[in-house]
Design a binder for this molecule. Structure first.
Ligand SMILES: [Mg+2]
Length: 311
């Protein structure tokens, strides 16, 4: 991710909702050159398309037969998939209480009919940009600035989620903790810039060892990384942990002051449990992985130690 991300020129997907085809026509004409435009002619259709298309912005008529615009907006704001989509109301009503109602149900803006294309274009542009900025900031807050993998905060959230999911499905959950061996010596030998580069390379290698989209890697702190592997057996997690070690060895980053090897290595602890049969909490599972990691350190580093909690 780069700092320019929110400023991209992606056209933005816009859903126009109006029961009058002539209004859709005007809005479509106004926006079609710069955006990807879709339309719905009823509230029910709008909700369906909003879920299907996940648009970046919705232009929503207030007065429609059946479900009106306020009701549609309320529903959008209650569903996790659609609640972040900005909604601009477009309507002929222009009394003050109607504007208030538009904001009260979660609309971000209000444009009065008759439709003036320049105004619509400008507001659409502003709200698309604000949405991209919000998304960018929320991604930033979940990413480790140095390595680009997820940060500790994101990990804590994800861990709770996967823990609950594993309980619900009564499926196994594995945790891998990996720590760079003799990293302080590495920094003392090669300097902090090289230390940073080393952590980036280690993060890349750890990421490369993960194969399924559901596998999750985060920087836990300092030179320590953690992975969550849903629906993974101890044997499966062990294979991945060993692949992590070999991918890092293949990078062959020189570490002349390491007593363990001539290149950078990692020690890895793996813990796995079937949540139904393992007592306690995600924290306890993490602690087990951490204990394994420290055993790997004690037993000579550059190795994987795996434990399965009692079944
Ligand atoms: Mg209408």
């Amino acid at each position: 991710m780069t700092s320019g991300d929110w400023n991209t020129t992606s056209p933005g997907r816009i859903l126009i909702v109006d029961d009058a085809p002539e209004n859709i026509q005007i809005l479509h004409q106004t926006l079609k050159d710069e955006h990807e435009v879709f339309f719905a002619t009823s509230g029910a259709q709008a909700l369906q398309l909003a879920n299907q298309l996940e648009p970046d912005l919705i232009l929503l008529d207030v007065i429609m037969p059946g479900m009106n615009g306020y009701q549609v907006c309320k529903e959008l704001k209650q569903a996790s998939l659609t609640k972040e989509i900005p909604v601009i109301f477009i309507t002929a009503l222009n009394e003050e209480h109607d504007e208030t109602a538009a904001f009260a149900v979660g609309g971000v803006d209000y444009i009065a009919k008759p439709i003036r294309p320049a105004v619509v274009k400008a507001r659409v542009k502003t709200h698309l940009m604000l949405k991209r900025q919000r998304e960018f900031l929320s991604r930033l807050s979940l990413v480790d600035g140095l390595t680009g993998v997820c940060n500790r905060r994101h990990f804590d959230e994800r861990m709770r989620l996967e823990w609950r999911r594993a309980h619900r499905n009564n499926s196994t959950l594995a945790i891998i903790m990996a720590d760079v061996d003799h990293f302080k010596r590495f920094n003392d030998t090669y300097g902090h810039q090289a230390g940073d580069d080393c952590l980036k390379t280690v993060a890349e290698s750890l990421q490369a060892a993960l194969q399924r989209p559901a596998d999750f890697l985060a920087r836990y702190g300092g030179e320590e990384f953690v992975c969550i592997l849903p629906e993974t057996t101890p044997q499966g997690a062990q294979v991945i942990a060993e692949r992590m070690c070999s991918l890092i060895a293949e990078k062959n980053l020189p570490h002349s002051t390491s007593p363990t090897a001539s290149h950078v290595t990692v020690s890895v602890g793996v813990a796995c449990c079937l949540p139904d049969s393992c007592p306690g909490s995600p924290e306890e599972l993490l602690m087990l992985a951490d204990e394994c990691l420290y055993r790997a350190k004690r037993e000579g580093r550059n190795r994987v130690i795996t434990i399965q909690t009692p079944a």
